[in-house]
Design a protein around this ligand. Structure first.
Ligand code: SF4
Ligand code: SF4
Length: 428
């Protein structure tokens, strides 16, 4: 694609990076076929190619974002299916991130939008605030019918009972069972530890059982993905994690940084790019990104022990977009589940997003609901006993539309190799 940026514009490293991305696009339109919003809405401006043109125009003309541009960029899930499909290697993720930052800088959203987005950016990354907000919001449940659509959508995702905080999420070291084969840091995360603390518990049992010493590093917390996707500055979160893991690298050494929420994994693997122009943190950020692995990547490297618990259940595997498109991890989780003795089912349209996408299901509830229902129907067609996914956002979203238990892949691997039966799967 031809671009017309001035030399002065290209002096900005963000514009220069986006210009390279724009030039790689040959406007072939292959990406439209796999874009969930184009598939649903059929509007070129809700396709990757349409959005690329909108962002190009906005940046090239150095214009404030218009309501029309904001509407179509806001509808993008950042699912990155377009990046998997694109034959020209267009880095849509970095381009849309830049577009979102430009929108937040130049566009005044209606006050309710601003308030909601600000509230999500403050509350969701902070487990204490998030827990308090979830508890408070249960009081509002009886009045849900009177509420604005997006508040209603948020309330619908609040679980009826919140599990207590888990002691495993505090900074500490978990020794390996037997000989230590890897020393790894686990990102204990933010919203996940409130909604489903059993995921980190299962991850730690699984890793220590397979010879890993697991460190929950002091100072590490939210990866910044939720804030980043809202177009707001997430460098503070990323910086805290980079410093925490760099300290750990110097002190005890680390073979890997393990992530069990794939949305976070995609972001941490991109810290190197985020800090590329930071004289102090460019190198440490690159090191952190290069050490980052999804938990199923590490387990595939180490090898799964033979199952000791009776498995054999039919598991529909939902491939989170951030895992399959963001990190190109597709086969490892399914292979591990098969090795653990499960019958793994591949629902149709596995490449399409479930509608969760960070805060998307809260900000775009109508499109998110349509995508969820489509996803759940495809999953139901496989008649599964259980559904497995590697991202808390997808787990919460899919569980809100089905009675089939939805669990994290690591909970099944942990159960198969000697851990307790996942709580959500207690009826099997
Ligand atoms: S598939 Fe790639 S090159 Fe083709 S229009 Fe989409 S982003 Fe551009
Ligand atoms: S990230 Fe997903 S929703 Fe956004 S343009 Fe690409 S395929 Fe479409």
């Amino acid at each position: 694609m031809q671009t017309n940026f001035t030399a002065a514009q290209l002096a900005d490293p963000d514009v220069s990076a986006s210009e390279k991305i724009l030039r790689a696009c040959v406007h072939c339109g292959f990406c439209t076929a796999t874009c969930p919003t184009y598939v649903l809405l059929g509007d070129e401006l809700d396709s990757p190619r349409g959005r690329i043109y909108l962002i190009k125009d906005m940046l090239e003309n150095d214009q404030p974002a218009t309501p029309e541009v904001v509407k179509h960029i806001d509808r993008c899930l950042s699912c990155l299916a377009c990046m998997t499909t694109c034959p020209s290697g267009v880095n849509y993720m970095h381009l849309v991130d830049h577009g979102r930052r430009h929108i937040e800088k130049t566009y005044q959203r209606p006050w309710f939008d601003r308030m909601l987005r600000r509230a999500f950016a403050i509350v969701l990354p902070n487990p204490r605030l998030f827990r308090a907000a979830m508890q408070a919001s249960r009081l509002g449940a009886p009045f849900a019918r009177l509420m604005q659509e997006r508040l209603k959508a948020a309330l619908a995702l609040v679980p009826s009972k919140l599990p207590p905080p888990s002691p495993v999420d505090r900074p500490q070291v978990f020794k390996s069972e037997g000989k230590c084969v890897r020393r790894v840091a686990l990102l204990s995360g933010c919203a996940q530890q409130v909604l489903a603390p059993e995921i980190n518990e299962a991850t730690i049992r699984l890793l220590t059982r397979h010879g890993c010493e697991v460190v929950v590093a002091e100072g590490a917390g939210c990866c910044g993905a939720l804030t980043h996707h809202l177009g707001q500055d997430a460098h503070g979160f990323a910086r805290a994690n980079i410093l925490a893991w760099t300290r750990e690298l110097r002190n005890g050494g680390l073979d890997a940084i393990i992530i069990n929420a794939s949305g976070c994994g995609t972001t941490v693997k991109d810290y190197g790019f985020m800090f590329r122009n930071d004289p102090e943190l460019a190198e440490p950020a690159k090191t952190v990104s290069s050490l980052t692995r999804d938990v199923t990547e590490l387990m595939s490297e180490i090898g799964l022990k033979a199952p000791v618990n009776p498995t054999g259940q039919r598991v529909a595997y939902h491939s989170a977009c951030s895992l399959q498109h963001g990190q190109q991890i597709r086969e490892q989780p399914k292979r591990l589940l098969k090795e653990a003795g499960f019958v793994v089912l591949d629902p149709l349209e596995g490449h399409l997003c479930c509608g969760s996408a960070g805060t998307y299901n809260l900000l775009q509830p109508e499109i998110a609901r349509k995508l969820r229902d489509r996803k759940v129907a495809n999953i139901a067609a496989t008649s599964p006993d259980l559904i497995a996914a590697g991202n808390i956002g997808c787990i919460t979203q899919i569980a809100s539309g089905t009675n089939v238990p939805v669990v994290h892949t690591v909970e099944l691997l942990d159960w198969a190799t000697g851990g307790p039966r996942p709580k959500a799967a207690s009826r099997f």
